[in-house]
Design a protein around this ligand. Structure first.
Ligand SMILES: [Zn+2]
Length: 165
């Protein structure tokens, strides 16, 4: 079996905007598979055999959410592999409750870590800086470029939405 370092693959694609997250998963042999799931489920990562995992993503969700789910599950694969067991599911809020793969090893701290890693993968610092330097500073426009939600981009930039309502 060929050992591929996930970080090498991530780095290889980091300069492409938007980051081709599904290609990254494919290169790592992780799928992805898209299935029409209950809307409360974002997706999961499941063990297929000894050392092989596959990532399943809710086909019904918006593209930006599907991409975030893909990156979030990849983060579980990279950083929590020793805790994954048969797998871990993620509900809409990226918690392993009420999902096909309940996993009490994965704690809120791991979910926060997976979210933060997912943000780093989908919005690489260098690429964000480069666009900002070229004059694109509107969070909405940056979000569109990186194909992430505006909310995710605002968190990344540290500019939370001003409450309008
Ligand atoms: Zn998760």
């Amino acid at each position: 079996m060929r050992i591929i370092d996930p970080m090498t693959v991530i780095d290889r694609y980091a300069a492409q905007t938007p980051v081709p997250i599904y290609d990254i998963l494919q290169d790592l042999g992780l799928g992805p598979e898209f299935r029409a799931l209950d809307s409360d489920i974002s997706g999961w990562i499941e063990r297929r055999d000894d050392d092989r995992y596959a990532i399943v993503i809710n086909a019904n969700h918006a593209e930006t959410r599907k991409r975030f789910t893909a990156a979030h599950e990849l983060a579980h694969f990279i950083f929590h592999r020793d805790l994954l067991g048969d797998g871990v599911g993620d509900n809409r809020a990226y918690r392993a409750v009420n999902t096909p793969f309940a996993n009490n090893q994965i704690l809120p701290v791991h979910e926060r870590q997976a979210n933060s890693v997912a943000a780093n993968i989908l919005m690489p610092k260098e690429a964000v800086y480069r666009l900002q330097a070229s004059g694109i500073t509107d969070p909405k426009e940056l979000a569109a470029r990186f194909r992430v939600s505006e909310e995710a981009m605002r968190i990344r930039l540290g500019v939370p939405r001003v409450a309008a309502e």
